[in-house]
Design a binder for this molecule. Structure first.
Ligand SMILES: *Cc1c(COP(=O)(O)O)cnc(C)c1O
Length: 385
């Protein structure tokens, strides 16, 4: 179907942070399949976990328990303070559908009928998650929606406070807007959101589908402000390339569903769960949280030192950054970077997203920041020519 257009490159294989296209051209992968391949390509721990699990037991459905799904749920609980209950799904949007159904149940039980989400936020493409997605050009062609969702400007605690009244069931927030262009909120916003939801009795749903699993240098981005949401959604980096999503609900919210309220045939798939366990184990064993901080700083310092008429600055945290451009140059810069052997993503017209595997080395980061001025020059010159 034409929904993606035709992507400019067909990839054939990968190794670590490098990928090769079908013509044999090599690239440094600085986007990781949209913040997904957290261990890079072909990591031995992931290959071993997936290969041995697919040979042992590839699928059970939710009619039967399997060991990897239980171990994964326990592992996530352990990383999150011990009182979470976990639903495993197959994607980010499905993790959010689970969170939304929990929030609907919470709302019905407490006489709360509407939801708050943020302008330019992104929560997925299925009808529930789409109704919470703040980008009108994505959402509106498929409306109207069954839910009352009110959008507030992201990062504005006063606007959030004004929107969250006694009838509000839940607030859906990303800790930084990923698809919005890797846009962090002002310091203190997540803490304020936590307090606003507590005061109003609304659930805080943290969409960490893009921001979690080490991307910002901590397991979860909410840790930077210590503002744990009531419901947390995960996907992208969790499976290291295998499709998986998770919805974690804390305290009493973990018991909102009754038997039969939700389900997924593939959710809790043992191969995907084994992949996620390998990802979490390797991040811990190889110190990849610290690597994300250190190499993220190299990337930010390198980009921040460049003086160029097309470059306005750099934002983000850890290995989740945007090079902010002075105009709508991102598609051209993405193409010029590709010509120079680097895969990045024009996430917004004026923002280039960099979300590499967490195993990126400082030397690899420098190879990109060293090449970036010439990449920008190539765009300026093609403009002038
Ligand atoms: C990618 C993303 C989603 C949707 O995940 P899919 O796996 O594409 O369905 C939802 N929320 C955020 C914050 C995301 O970055």
């Amino acid at each position: 179907m034409p929904n993606y257009g035709v992507p400019p490159v067909a990839l054939a294989r990968g190794e670590g942070c490098r990928v090769w296209d079908t013509a044999g051209r090599e690239y440094l992968d600085l986007i990781a399949g949209i913040a997904v391949t957290s261990l890079g390509h072909g990591h031995p721990a992931l290959v071993e976990a997936v290969s041995s699990q697919v040979a042992t037991l590839a699928h059970t459905s939710n009619l039967f328990l399997n060991e990897p799904e239980v171990l994964l749920a326990e592992r996530l609980r352990g990383l999150l303070g011990g009182d979470g209950r976990v639903f495993l799904a197959n994607s980010g949007t499905e993790a959010n559908e689970c969170a939304l159904k929990l929030a609907i149940k919470y709302g019905r039980a407490n006489g709360r009928s509407y939801f708050v989400a943020t302008e330019n936020g992104f929560h997925g493409r299925t009808m529930g998650a789409l109704s919470l997605t703040g980008k009108a050009s994505i959402r509106e062609p498929f409306g109207p929606f069954a839910l009352d969702v009110r959008f507030v400007p992201y990062g504005d605690a006063d606007a959030l406070k004004a929107a969250v009244g006694a009838d509000c069931a839940a607030v859906f927030l990303e800790p930084a807007q990923g698809e919005g262009g890797v846009v962090p909120p002002p310091e203190g916003y997540l803490t304020a959101a936590r307090q606003i939801c507590d005061a109003a009795g609304a659930l805080l749903v943290g969409d960490e589908i893009q921001s979690a699993i080490g991307r910002t240098g901590t397991w979860f981005a909410f840790e930077h402000e210590g503002a744990r949401p009531d419901v947390l959604t995960l996907a992208k980096g969790l499976g290291g390339g295998l499709p998986i999503g998770a919805c974690v609900a804390f305290g009493p919210h973990g018991d909102l569903f009754a038997k039969g309220d939700h389900g997924s045939t593939f959710g809790g798939n043992p191969v995907a769960a084994a992949a996620a366990l390998a990802v979490l184990g390797t991040i811990e064993k190889d110190g990849l949280l610290a690597n994300a901080v250190a190499v993220g700083d190299v990337l930010a310092a390198g980009l921040g030192a460049i003086r160029h008429p097309l470059l306005a600055g750099v934002r983000g945290r850890g290995l989740w950054r945007a090079a902010v451009l002075t105009g709508p140059h991102a598609p051209a810069v993405e193409a010029a970077a590709r010509d120079a052997g680097f895969l990045v993503n024009a996430v917004q017209p004026d923002a280039l997203r960099i979300a590499p595997p967490l195993v990126l080395t400082a030397a690899q980061a420098r190879s990109f920041t060293d090449a970036f001025p010439a990449i920008l020059d190539a765009v300026s010159q093609s403009r002038e020519g």
